[in-house]
Ligand binder design. Structure first.
Ligand SMILES: [Zn+2]
Length: 317
């Protein structure tokens, strides 16, 4: 009886061992390395109620506190047509963006426009670029000698949570028709992005395209570059309110967060898995936060705006 028990016990241990072992091996094999990136995006603010920036900042702070890997990007057209465009030429909005610690912005077509005769369009453009405490991107509008505009980069690479994120910036062909476009080389954004992408890929794990080229160009970009790497196209220019589901055509999700009096903060949560040494996008979820008056203002950003607004009332006095 004792012998039987011992034999039985040994058998049970063997059975248990073989039952657990294969599962453990499979579990190790199937456990892929995953990485999550949250992209917060804004575009086409156009100098709308500046305090809307302080409300956006509140949500941005909340997201940053909730998730570890965040990039904050603006896709351009910051101030033109707003009530203070000829007072501050976008410097008030840029001061707020600095306070919010943006990671990069892309030049919109309106950044190249002249808003009055007193200050040249180029002067205003370079003033903003100089003020930005984060990279200004634009790869397809360059000086006529082919060099990039002073202070402007075609793309930037930033390490977020141990992975290198490459952000490639393109703007609108519209600039070609402006008088301010005469001393510049304005190239097709889709062709430029396709040409530069391999260079960005050599230096980064994940690639994003920050585009002020407009939705039709973004769709072309998607058709041309789908399956070739870019994880997301952050759009702008035509002020589309693209909520769930994220606009998809060839395979790259395209987002855009309204514009002008349709003020939204965009968010996309991307998940990647490492397969054969490459980070492959496996899911994406987008949403837009409408910026309404009931969202409290971030104190630090409000203080920045207050300073500018105080100087307006002092000027008027
Ligand atoms: Zn715009």
């Amino acid at each position: 009886m004792l012998i039987f028990r011992m034999k039985y016990g040994f058998l049970m241990i063997c059975l248990l061992f073989f039952a657990i072992l294969p599962n453990a091996v499979v579990a190790a094999k199937e456990q892929p390395q995953t990485y999550r990136l949250t992209v917060i995006h804004t575009n086409d603010f156009h100098g709308y109620d500046p305090y809307a920036l302080a409300r956006k900042a509140t949500i941005i702070k909340k997201i940053r506190a909730e998730v570890p890997n965040v990039v904050l990007l603006d896709a351009g057209d910051l101030y033109v047509r707003g009530p203070y465009q000829k007072v501050f030429y976008g410097t008030m909005e840029m001061a707020a963006l600095n306070q919010m610690k943006y990671d990069a912005w892309e030049l919109g077509n309106n950044e190249f426009k002249g808003t009055d005769e007193l200050v040249s369009a180029d002067q205003k453009l370079y003033q903003l670029i100089e003020q930005a405490q984060f990279p200004t991107l634009c790869s397809n509008i360059r000086n006529t000698d082919g060099s990039y505009l002073t202070g402007v980069k075609p793309y930037m690479i930033k390490t977020v949570g141990g992975l290198k994120i490459g952000v490639l910036g393109v703007s609108s062909m519209k600039v070609k028709k402006y008088t301010q476009g005469e001393n510049k080389l304005v190239e097709d954004p889709v062709m430029t992005a396709a040409k530069l992408l391999p260079e960005v890929q050599d230096q980064s794990d994940i690639q994003l395209i920050l585009s002020h080229a407009g939705l039709s160009a973004d769709v072309q970009m998607d058709m041309k570059l789908a399956g070739k790497g870019p994880a997301l196209i952050i759009g702008a220019d035509d002020h589309y309110v693209i909520d769930q589901p994220i606009y998809r055509t060839g395979g790259i999700p395209i987002v855009q967060a309204g514009g002008e009096n349709h003020v939204y903060l965009g968010r996309v949560d991307l998940t990647f898995e490492k397969k054969d040494g490459k980070w492959i996008e496996v899911s994406q979820q987008g949403r837009l936060y409408p910026i309404t008056k009931d969202i409290p203002m971030d104190g630090a950003v409000k203080a920045v705006i207050d300073q500018y607004m105080d100087s307006v009332s002092k000027r008027a006095a």
